[in-house]
Design a protein around this ligand. Structure first.
Ligand code: FES
Length: 377
């Protein structure tokens, strides 16, 4: 080390700025360790003789993990873009591929992360020098001269011999690069398709309760069997009871895919509630004719974060969401009275047709689901 002077009491060397400029990275590293009261007791490279078979084996082991990570990252990108992910019913020949979409994306992504991590750990274990250092504990931040500690890090990087290991550098670069591309695609991919391109008929603005070509939409009970279609009539329900219903059109009868879609759509479930006779009710302005007598139909999708509000408490006419305990008053257009939800459950306008079955008068008049949708207004 050149031109180092001693500081106060001779305890620490305090080189001038000009002297610091002249120092090599190794000298700066040594100075930084001394200023931090670090004493290196033992430092030995893992492979003191370069080019041995053991060293090459270790290098190949690290490159294997990085290479596996690169392949998995590439497979993730391909699966994310090209794997068929559009819904297919179980009877469709493409169902198996569709049902494997999530596992394919998850497994390739997980493998890419895992092998990248294992590669880094393997590299550190196999090539970082064995070192034992002792540092005296002291309070406060390092003094001005001790800041070139970054130089020590540069020196430490050199000790790992990464500079001369092109196989590891190339495989690690491929793994990190492909993994980064995969993350970028995963982040940007969902933004490519415009969900609003159909205007007011965009899928996010309409639900399965919307009538197409004037066809009647019935309220169908959930029997657990797709083919067992039971349309609901007023006399099917006791006063103070509730049941979950889904949309049904006669044109869907026998069409497994259409029936399944009507039941599985996340915005389809509706709570049909029969209040006790004489229950005092407050109706929402503009929705005075949405109910049929004592029967009220509300979306089952919580306006907080979209959980199913599955519980109806007949004693006080509250609808409860089990996720974060929001409560809605069925007698006051399902407005929230407790918990984090801020918006009433949308009410479905219903009536009874000439055959005595419940039917929807129209789709919901507002967006179903979390309060996010309020942002539009
Ligand atoms: Fe219902 Fe949070 S999702 S209270």
């Amino acid at each position: 080390m050149s031109g180092v002077t001693t500081g106060e009491g001779g305890a620490k060397p305090t080189p001038t700025a000009a002297e610091l400029d002249e120092m090599s990275p190794e000298e700066l590293a040594r100075l930084a360790t001394e200023l931090d009261d670090v004493v290196v007791q033992h430092n030995a490279p893992k492979f003191p003789i370069p080019g041995t078979r053991a060293e090459k084996r270790a290098e190949r082991a690290v490159a294997f993990w990085f290479g596996l990570s690169a392949i998995a990252a590439l497979a993730f990108v391909v699966a994310f873009i090209a794997w068929p992910h559009e819904y297919r019913p179980p009877s469709d020949p493409g169902y198996t591929m569709y049902s494997l979409y999530t596992p394919a994306v998850g497994i390739t992504f997980g493998l890419a992360v895992l092998s990248l991590g294992v590669g880094v750990i393997t590299y550190v274990r196999k090539f970082f020098p064995e070192e034992v250092s002792v540092q005296q504990r002291h309070d406060g931040r390092s003094d001005e001269v001790a800041r070139p500690v970054m130089a020590q890090l540069a020196s430490a990087g050199k000790d790992t011999t990464i500079a001369r290991r092109s196989l590891i550098k190339r495989s690690a670069g491929a793994a990190a690069g492909l993994f980064g591309i995969g993350l970028g695609i995963a982040a940007i991919g969902p933004l490519i398709r415009n969900p609003w391109k159909d205007g007011p008929d965009s899928p996010l603005w309409v639900t399965g309760w919307k009538s197409t070509n004037g066809e009647t939409v019935y309220l169908r009970a959930d029997t657990g069997e797709l083919d067992d279609i039971r349309r609901v009539r007023p006399e099917d329900m006791e006063p103070g009871s509730m049941q979950t219903v889904f949309p049904f059109r006669e044109s869907e009868r026998g069409n497994e895919e259409a029936l399944l879609h009507a039941q599985k759509a996340s915005d389809a479930p509706v709570m049909l509630i029969r209040l006790r006779p004489g229950t005092k009710v407050v109706k929402r302005a503009g929705q005075e004719n949405f109910n049929y007598g004592d029967y009220y139909a509300f979306s089952k999708i919580c306006t907080h974060l979209g959980c199913p509000t599955s519980l109806y408490q007949a004693q006080d006419n509250r609808i409860l969401c089990p996720c974060h305990q929001s409560q809605f008053l069925a007698t006051e257009y399902a407005r929230p009275v407790f918990g984090p939800a801020t918006r009433p459950l949308p009410q479905l306008p219903i009536t009874v047709d000439e055959q005595g079955y419940f039917v929807a008068l129209s789709d919901f008049h507002e967006a179903v689901g979390p309060a996010f949708w309020e942002r539009r207004s």
